[in-house]
Ligand binder design. Structure first.
Ligand code: SAM
Length: 251
């Protein structure tokens, strides 16, 4: 008998909750999640939803009470454990609002494990709203069925990050000045991709990064891409060559 297809995904609403979930747990949601379930979707007691916690996995839950400002639920059963996440970090220089929101959303969809904003000499953005970026990341994970969220770090100067670089992690340095193709250089194992700001890297930064023994300068083709495009292209290339896109998928 053919297996019951699990795709397309069921249309149950899916929400991230920032607390560990377990069978039988009763929880109350307020604020935007309660507004979404009780007011926007107008769910009634007895309705089912999917919850994930970025810790244990995805759970089926039933609404016990549904109000516009407060929703009470009981967690029923584990649907899926938290997914394994390829060990890939994205180091990116902050770019302007709109483009950075898009970058964070798409990087989350593509399966990045950690988002690390780094300030460089030509970074023009001096304040990053991490709360807004986190909300974009959560929304992307909710929509694309991820059971894990990328970690989101506070911005740090590139030089400091390089000084503390872990020995075991390869840094694929997307250098607009050239390098070997990322698709050919990518290897499985702890990895990170570094993308510069719209103005690119200075010669001084280029030398500092290249001096790091774990850094591999890579090219993303002959055209100069915008920083957000470069980040998404690089993640896709690494995922396909060395991450979990190299595996067959059977839903
Ligand atoms: N202003 C720079 C110039 O004219 O050379 C371009 C910077 S580009 C808009 C922003 C970042 O995207 C670069 O620092 C680099 O990390 C990455 N990037 C863009 N195109 C690339 C390519 N073809 N190969 C490698 N990295 C690229």
């Amino acid at each position: 008998m053919p297996a019951t297809p699990a795709w397309p995904p069921s249309s149950l609403p899916r929400l991230f909750v920032d607390q560990p979930l377990s069978a039988g747990l009763r929880l109350t949601l307020e604020g935007p999640p309660a507004n979404y379930l009780g007011n926007v979707l107008r769910l009634q007691p007895g309705a089912q939803v999917k919850l994930f916690d970025d810790r244990t996995g995805e759970w089926l839950a039933t609404l016990d009470e549904a109000g516009r400002k407060r929703v009470a639920l009981t967690v029923e059963a584990l649907l899926r454990p938290r997914e394994p996440v390829p060990d890939l970090w994205l180091l990116f220089a902050p770019i302007k609002r709109g483009r950075i929101d898009w970058l964070v959303e798409k990087a989350t969809e593509l399966g990045i494990a950690k988002l690390m904003p780094v300030t460089t000499q030509r970074t023009v953005i001096d304040r990053l709203n991490l709360e807004r970026l986190r909300a974009h990341s959560i929304e992307a994970a909710e929509q694309c069925e991820r059971t894990a969220l990328p970690a989101l770090e506070v911005p740090r100067p590139l030089g400091k990050v390089l000084k503390e670089w872990p020995d075991e992690r390869t840094l694929y340095f997307a250098d607009e000045a050239g390098g070997v193709p990322l698709a050919a250089a990518a290897r499985p194992g702890p990895s990170a991709i570094l993308i510069g700001p719209e103005g690119g890297f200075t010669d001084e930064e280029r030398s500092t990064v290249r001096a790091l023994s774990r850094a591999k300068p890579v090219a993303l083709g002959p055209r100069i891409l915008r920083a957000d495009t470069a980040a998404i292209a690089a993640i896709s290339l690494w995922m396909a060559a060395a991450g979990d896109w190299a595996n067959s998928v059977d839903r």
